[in-house]
Design a protein around this ligand. Structure first.
Ligand code: SF4
Length: 218
């Protein structure tokens, strides 16, 4: 049987979702990618190691927009988008320069992320997204460092400073983004009040999401 072609850009709601990578610094306990066999509502998100180039992505965005306009571009897949931080920025820069044929340059851009971009890049990543990304949704999930390790299951190099680094990313994002949201999966043991207090202290709006997300990833 012929293998299903992976989606580079897939549609959900009012958005066009960009499937940048399957790589991830975490193996979140609530991730649906294995249970859903790398499928998301009829879209195969398994890139099979063949990550799309920025040119592949902008071409796919143009095709999609011509077929049916979308209101938002979202970086979100079965992988952490900031693992390809330079490519992510390149796609955004092309959009803002009006170089994605047919797509308005002021289109809303959202990044769904686990917030580990500072450790991925070794830099203040959110600051570099100013003017490129409008909204960041960070999967923070808890106010508690031990619970964060248990839920996010980071690879060793992200374990020691991961939770602090995610908080620094949120704080920095909230200074430059129109919208910064800290999300928490509704799991038993979640302390909604303490989570909300931490999110607000970092400058983000707290938001709770059901275990079986209507959105995947991050
Ligand atoms: S939920 Fe997102 S960040 Fe977590 S393992 Fe799955 S793809 Fe990676």
């Amino acid at each position: 049987m012929e293998k299903t072609k992976p989606a580079i850009v897939y549609r959900y709601g009012q958005g066009a979702y960009v499937n940048l990578t399957n790589r991830c610094p975490t193996a979140c306990s609530f991730c649906i990618k294995n249970r859903w066999k790398m499928d998301y509502r009829g879209n195969c998100l398994d890139l099979g190691g063949a990550e799309p180039s920025p040119a592949d992505i902008t071409a796919a965005l143009s095709r999609e927009y011509a077929a049916a306009p979308f209101r938002e571009m979202v970086f979100c897949g079965y992988g952490e988008p900031t693992m390809r931080f330079e490519e992510l920025k390149e796609v955004c820069r092309a959009l803002r320069a009006g170089a994605v044929a047919g797509v308005p340059r002021d289109l809303r851009v959202r990044l769904n992320t686990n917030g580990l971009a500072n450790l991925v890049t070794g830099r203040d990543a959110a600051a570099e997204l100013a003017g490129l990304v409008d909204s960041v949704h960070v999967s923070l999930n808890t106010h508690d460092p031990a619970a964060w390790l248990e839920m996010m299951r980071p690879a060793p190099r992200y374990a020691e400073n991961g939770f602090e680094s995610v908080q620094a990313f949120i704080r920095s994002a909230s200074a430059v983004m129109k919208e910064t949201v800290a999300t928490a999966v509704e799991k038993p043991g979640l302390d909604r009040e303490r989570f909300s207090a931490l999110a607000r202290e970092l400058g983000a709006e707290p938001r709770f999401r059901p275990m079986l997300e209507e959105e995947n990833g991050g």
